[in-house]
Design a protein around this ligand. Structure first.
Ligand SMILES: [Zn+2]
Length: 362
């Protein structure tokens, strides 16, 4: 009986869906004359994407009366990345960044930060924008807002280095010995790196944490760890290693909020800074720390001295970026400045300013 009831319900539901879809198809026609529909424009800051590239998605939303938001406030919108088979890759919430005026019209700017995974091998990547909870949208500032269609971006192929690292007894233990404290620390780290707490602290670029040009490992290196018992394990290096002597000052890459500053078994003395919701820079294996959790730092603030604590085969600084939990290439973070307000506004003016003028001319 239950089963039959379920079937009837589903059929009714399907009919309803057909009805709703038909209605939804008619809405744009009605909207063109009757309602004041608002179209959100979308743009991506980066001109080229490759594995490890940050993706700054900016929504430009026309608004008659700008609502009161602070930079870094979370909005009920999300960006979704998927592959050609609609396989979901990543999602990121939008946060409020700024208000601008273009050709006499007010807009608010919303931003979401994503990254092309360094294991991504397809030629294209797909971007969608969605409301988070449809029910809460109806009565909000976002009511009547039309979101852009799916966008498709080419992804340039990229190859990575391979390296084999033989670990001594101590480092083998760190990697292989079961340890509840290590598991607890891994869970805490993952929880932090996948959190998207409100707060935008950087609206400019990123810089390297040490002056040294000497690098001992690169972003995306395919590593094989060889253990003392003859077994081995594959892993991917998520950051850049700078071969600096112990005691070198380590400096913050950009303004941010210190979310972690403590010793961890695998990464030694560790600092993690939030720069935007879901965007973090990480500094590992330091000898000492000079900041504490909750500190606000500026570009160049000393975080501590470099060292060789945790799983490390010699003095170096490991520098890493995470976006929605995924590794982002530190060099591309510096080059493409994904949070740089000036770059974003000049790109909007260049793209949408032209559209506005052509509309005026009609
Ligand atoms: Zn490293």
């Amino acid at each position: 009986m239950e089963k039959r009831g379920h079937h009837i319900t589903r059929k009714t539901f399907q009919r309803l869906l057909v009805g709703i879809t038909a209605l939804a198809c008619m809405l744009p026609l009605l909207g063109s004359g009757t309602f004041q529909s608002r179209e959100a424009q979308i743009l991506v800051l980066q001109d080229e994407l490759s594995p490890g590239s940050p993706i700054s998605v900016i929504l430009v939303i026309p608004t008659p009366q700008p609502p009161q938001y602070k930079a870094g406030d979370m909005l009920p919108l999300q960006a979704l990345l998927s592959s050609s088979e609609k396989r979901p890759i990543q999602k990121a919430p939008f946060f409020y960044t700024d208000q601008i005026q273009l050709a006499g019209q007010d807009y608010i700017l919303a931003m979401a930060i994503l990254v092309v995974p360094n294991t991504y091998e397809e030629k294209n990547i797909y971007l969608d924008v969605q409301f988070e909870k449809a029910a809460s949208i109806a009565s909000s500032f976002f009511a009547g807002l039309n979101l852009p269609q799916t966008h498709n971006f080419p992804v340039s192929p990229r190859s990575f280095n391979s390296e084999t690292i033989a670990l001594g007894p101590e480092n083998t233990d760190i990697k292989t010995k079961p340890d509840p404290q290590k598991n607890k620390e891994a869970a805490e780290l993952w929880k932090l790196l996948t959190s998207t707490d409100a707060g935008l602290f950087n609206t400019a670029g990123f810089t390297a944490p040490v002056d040294s040009p000497r690098r001992t490992s690169y972003f995306g290196d395919r590593r094989v760890y060889q253990y003392t018992d003859g077994s081995s394990e594959r892993s991917i290096h998520g950051g850049i290693d700078f071969g600096v002597p112990r005691g070198t000052p380590v400096r913050a890459s950009a303004p941010g909020l210190v979310r972690m500053a403590r010793f961890r078994i695998v990464t030694g003395n560790t600092v993690i800074i939030q720069h935007a919701p879901g965007l973090y820079s990480l500094y590992y294996h330091m000898d000492s720390l000079s900041v504490t959790e909750g500190d606000l730092v500026q570009t160049g603030t000393e975080l501590g001295k470099s060292g060789s604590t945790g799983l490390s085969t010699g003095p170096h600084l490991h520098w890493e970026f995470r976006i929605q939990g995924e590794f982002a290439d530190p060099d591309l973070m510096v080059q493409t400045a994904p949070l740089d307000k000036e770059r974003i506004i000049s790109k909007i003016t260049e793209k949408l300013g032209k559209t506005d003028r052509s509309t005026e001319g009609r």
